[in-house]
Design a protein around this ligand. Structure first.
Ligand SMILES: [Zn+2]
Length: 503
């Protein structure tokens, strides 16, 4: 039969819809016509496939070859379809048996020599394919990440020839056993290396325990970014599903490394980053920094220096945990459930409030500087804390202690227990509670409620700000292993509400 059908996958956001590659041979002028790919990509795929087939000593048909990739309206990058197209041509010309094709999916870019090159997105493809019952043939370099999916059959192949030998039954390629490495080892700098800054460390512990967003306000050189880097290792262990989601996004960006399996991402884009770099986009939409930070930490330093319009875009993912990226008529959805840590100087020169009195800014300059952080974004930050000026060199000069009350491993244990209480009580971290749920789950005492009412009028809290104080107080109570929220928990939570816009 001069027709062959081969299964493969395209990428759309973080999912990978199935694509069928049909190859049809007919009389007429010899040539290859590919339908369902953009024009330049057609040319590239055609040339690579032809060279690879000839270099592998196969016969390239001297007939009219039509290749159709369906559905036609999915965006398709050409590289990944080289292997299914080549297999389809060989099957349609009778150089490969067709009977087993339906048991497999194929993806891989061909080098001109017939070697298979890594493709991006192997992990999300296998995640989408895992319940379809077909084995997935992938380039060797892409198979490792795909084998993280437990219930998937992944077959790594070095070359087109090896794939053919497998399909003819001459030399079977062994499937790669799914064996996710244990992971779950806190990785990164230790909290115990930081001298002093007791209040900031406490704020990091609370933020980690409840999943709260955090704003650090302090002069330059106080180690704000150094402190932020110590947050991810404090966070509760990742579940396997969460780890797969994070890894799938890194795979889409072509940046997945197996050593990072089950380690929470930390992304720190520069304030000159474009909107596309931050939220994602491009011809075939790729994830941005906020999605690469999924289930991890997004650190935005120099917050007032960021373009306001870029920051406004963060409102959607901060509320919903996803981002919609539009490109022409097509919309892609990427998960973006990150924990936001932002940092800023207290004033344009950075020295406001410092004992040395070095600050030369006028009150008006300070106000304008702080207003650059949009109120709408600030309203979505749970905790703000002043980082006092300590010389950064001095802060890290002491030898790292181990096993102390503020060592990362110790704090991580307290965080994990507080997190487990939240999951048991309400199925989600405190920071992600809707306001109505917060009222139901928080159980505030009479004293605590009185204190909250006072704070509401004294600090002129918005309804959002009020519910944030309640949720942070709930986390403080969880760390104290307390059923209800007491006045002391509320008092501490109110302390993390210093508004940079009215200092
Ligand atoms: Zn100043």
């Amino acid at each position: 039969m001069a027709v062959a059908v081969v299964h493969s996958r395209a990428l759309s956001g973080v999912t990978a819809p199935g694509v069928t590659v049909e190859v049809h041979l007919a009389g007429g002028l010899p040539g290859v016509h590919i339908v369902g790919l953009a024009e330049t990509e057609v040319r590239e795929a055609r040339d690579r496939v032809r060279a690879a087939l000839q270099n592998a000593q196969f016969e390239f048909p001297a007939r009219k070859v039509t290749v159709s990739l369906a559905p036609a309206d999915l965006p398709k990058e050409s590289g990944r379809f080289d292997l299914p197209i080549a297999v389809g041509i060989l099957a349609a010309t009778g150089q490969l048996p067709q009977d087993k094709l339906d048991s497999y999916e194929f993806a891989g870019e061909l080098a001109l020599t017939g070697e298979l090159r890594a493709i991006r997105g192997a992990l999300p493809m296998v995640l989408s394919a895992r319940h379809d019952g077909r084995a997935f043939v992938l380039p060797q370099a892409s198979a490792g990440e795909a084998a993280l999916v437990r219930d998937a059959a992944v077959i790594p192949a070095p070359t087109l020839l090896a794939v053919c030998a497998h399909l003819t039954g001459a030399t079977m390629l062994p499937p790669l056993a799914a064996q996710p490495p244990p992971g779950d080892v806190p990785d990164g700098p230790d909290l115990a290396d930081v001298r002093g800054q007791r209040l900031v460390k406490r704020a990091l512990e609370i933020a980690a325990a409840g999943g709260h967003s955090l704003l650090l306000i302090g002069p330059p050189g106080t180690g704000k970014s150094m402190l932020a880097q110590r947050l991810p290792p404090l966070l509760p262990p990742m579940t396997e599903e969460d780890a797969l989601e994070s890894a799938a996004i890194a795979s889409l960006a072509g940046s997945f490394r197996i050593e990072r399996w089950r380690i929470r991402p930390f992304r720190a884009p520069h304030h000159t980053a474009s909107g596309v770099a931050l939220v994602g986009g491009g011809g075939v939409p790729r994830p941005g920094e906020i999605s690469l930070a999924h289930h991890g930490v997004l650190f935005l330093d120099e917050l007032p220096e960021w373009d306001r319009h870029v920051l406004e875009v963060l409102r959607e993912p901060l509320e919903s945990g996803v981002i919609h990226v539009s490109r022409a008529a097509r919309q892609s959805v990427f998960p973006a459930q990150f924990q936001l840590v932002a940092a800023m100087n207290p004033c344009p020169c950075g020295w406001l409030g410092h004992a040395s009195g070095r600050c030369t800014c006028t009150p008006d300059q300070v106000r304008r500087y702080r207003r650059r952080v949009s109120g709408a974004l600030y309203d979505r930050i749970d905790m703000a804390i002043e980082v006092p000026a300590v010389d950064a060199a001095e802060m890290t000069s002491s030898p790292p202690s181990s096993g102390g009350g503020d060592a990362t491993a110790t704090v991580r244990g307290r965080v994990a227990r507080a997190h487990a209480r939240q999951i048991e009580r309400q199925g989600t971290p405190n920071a992600r509670l809707a306001s109505a749920e917060a009222e139901r789950h928080c159980g505030t005492s009479v004293d605590a409620r009185r204190l909250l009412a006072q704070a509401m009028s004294r600090l002129a809290l918005s309804a959002r700000g009020y519910s944030r104080v309640v949720k942070v107080a709930r986390t403080i109570a969880d760390l104290a292993e307390s059923e209800g929220i007491d006045a002391a928990h509320v008092a501490e939570a109110i302390g993390y509400r210093s508004d940079p816009a009215c200092a």
